[in-house]
Design a protein around this ligand. Structure first.
Ligand code: PEP
Length: 249
């Protein structure tokens, strides 16, 4: 199943998220694409109520790796589940690059989320310097292998990988079709080495990085791409719907 996921980042108040969901529900009837929306933590409960009974799945942008305790400002997997959220992003580059995440914390978050029955969208991708140094594959290999450490094959159905080259996120510079196809093929190869061919073929892999209503059709046609993770252009319902439509084929 394909998926198109909106990452609202630190945008939209609860009221705005509610309005967005009210507006989008009657316009998206697809049965071929899972539609995810990741608002801020504080809007999760209201978003889940609004989305109930629709084909919109609500997720968080992050989760803490601990069960509970003295972690001021953090939110646990059980708290997310309590809001009705069904999945969480893990390892978004805006968190990695600010030093909020390490490969080890990402792996712990992955294991915690899975153990609680939360789906995970694992975000990976090389930065500009890494691409220029020709070490994209090493970076992707390291990110995938460390995030999946201790994950059993039967848990992969709860995981989607989002390949998001850091230099393409929020920059308006989209990766070329060839770069996307090569990276996704490489990631499937890493999954095949860690598990097997079946796992590599069935795991969902999204592309993220300056996906817009204008380039989504082209991206949807790239071999191996199962959907998109969208920041900027997910904030406006009409644009996000066009992106969903591109994958609804
Ligand atoms: C993102 O934040 O995951 C993202 C892909 O953002 P944008 O679509 O704005 O590049």
């Amino acid at each position: 199943m394909k998926a198109v996921i909106a990452n609202f980042k630190m945008n939209k108040t609860t009221k705005e998220v509610e309005g967005y969901i009210d507006e989008i529900i009657p316009q998206v009837k697809t049965k071929k694409v899972n539609i995810g929306i990741c608002p801020s933590y504080v809007a999760l409960g209201a978003a889940c109520k609004k989305a109930k009974g629709s084909n919109i799945i609500v997720g968080a942008q992050n989760v803490n790796e601990n069960d509970k305790g003295s972690f001021t400002g953090e939110v646990s997997a059980d708290m997310l589940l309590d809001t009705g959220a069904k999945f969480t992003l893990v390892g978004h580059s805006e968190r990695r690059s600010r030093g909020y995440e390490t490969e080890s914390s990402i792996n712990k978050k992955m294991l915690k989320a899975l153990s609680r029955g939360l789906g995970v969208v694992l975000c990976i991708g090389e930065n500009r310097a890494e691409r220029d140094e020709n070490i994209t594959q090493e970076i992707l290999q390291a990110q995938v292998s460390s995030a999946l450490l201790g994950v059993y094959k039967n848990e992969l159905k709860s995981i989607t990988i989002a390949y998001e080259p850091v230099w393409a996120i929020g920059t308006g510079v989209v990766a070329s079709n060839g770069q996307i196809e090569d990276a996704i093929e490489f990631i499937r190869g890493v999954v095949a080495t860690l598990y097997d061919e079946e796992a590599a073929e069935t795991i969902g892999i999204l592309y993220g990085g300056s996906v817009t209503e204008n380039n989504a059709d082209g991206i949807a046609k790239i071999k191996g791409v199962n959907g998109a993770l969208v920041g900027g252009d997910s904030l406006i319902v009409s644009k996000f719907i066009k992106i969903i439509s591109a994958f609804d084929k």
